[in-house]
Design a protein around this ligand. Sequence first.
Ligand code: GCO
Ligand code: MG
Length: 400
Amino acid sequence: MKITNAQVFVCSPGRNFVTLKIETDAGIYGIGDATVNGRELSVASYLTDHLVPALIGRDASAIEDIWQYFYRGAYWRRGPIGMAAIAAIDVALWDIKAKAANMPLYQLLGGASRARMLSYSHAAGETIEETADKVIALTERGFKAVRVQSAIPGMPVTYGVDKAGVAPQAHERPRETLWDTSRYLRHVPKLLGHVRDMVGEDLHLLHDAHHRLTPQEAARLAKSVEPFDLFWLEDLVPAENQEAFRLIRQHSTTPLAVGEVFNSIHDCRTLLEEGLIDYIRTTPVHAGGITHVRRIADLAGLHHVRLGSHGAADMSPITMGAALHLDRWVPNFGIQEYAFHPPEAQEVFAHEWRLEDGYLLSGETPGHGVDFDEKLAARYPYQRAYLDVARLSDGTLWNW
Ligand code: GCO
Ligand code: MG
């Protein structure tokens, strides 16, 4: 089965997505997601200008060799742009292989370890009370796990909490936000304590610090929220320095999650091998596709670490499909994030996966079960958009 064509589409049905479609001489096509939020055109160019010309004519069934060819074969390897491009090719090829085998993708990985995947979504409010109401609303929709964020008093904009009507992407330049660690560290235990009191013991609660703390501050937070029995605390410190997690680990038993910005197994090796975290957040799109995340998941499994895939709305429904097939198979599954795509995106990317009673189901159709409507996508042209940046009150640039 030869690859006859590969095309990249950049569209913005509610937000920007980069999609790769690979066609074969067997008449079977596959699709992959290559979206890197705020850097969409770079991945599109990396694919169109550099990888696609070397992809056409190859054997579509040689997934491993094609992965190695673009990874090992490139002198400048790794990095978010290159790995997202490889991921899109990889996921599209797995889609093709599974369609050719007439099987849902999880079957090719070894079959199902579970029927449905526990998922969590986001509750975020301007006040603690408003956040608690949103947590309750999600439980009423069936969620058994909820990520809890709220605006921090004294900070005009807080990560994860957008004022009504302000789309996170609708900014022609990166929006500048203010960060204050002391206020944050005082506020979060109050927020989580209040929500735990309201919802009782059973609901899983999660929280994301979005890389803002130092190891010592992170250890303090992890310790202070122990009474609220969190499912996890996420991205406490920027993880370039994996060793920093040793300090956090020595001070607290709160479960830790990290890895949504990682793009290779090397980014998580120390964390996994030393058992410094509990959940690894790598997704197919940002960590080299199914071929590579499977390797990360196996290394994680050796060290009692479970998969808790990143599922923000800035990855297309294709990534959710691919992630759910991985989740369905992986023995060491933990939880899958789900942040609801815009309605226009749901139409452009028709998908078999679905949410039911707080669990995600992968679907049973051959392939990863996500399709792409090129004509409809053309009605939603790319719109330049940025993620925010953060500064301290004296103007110093901080981690966003
Ligand atoms: C999450 C993430 C997202 C990221 C976003 C960046 O846990 O879902 O932190 O909210 O900020 O994916 O593009
Ligand atoms: Mg996160």
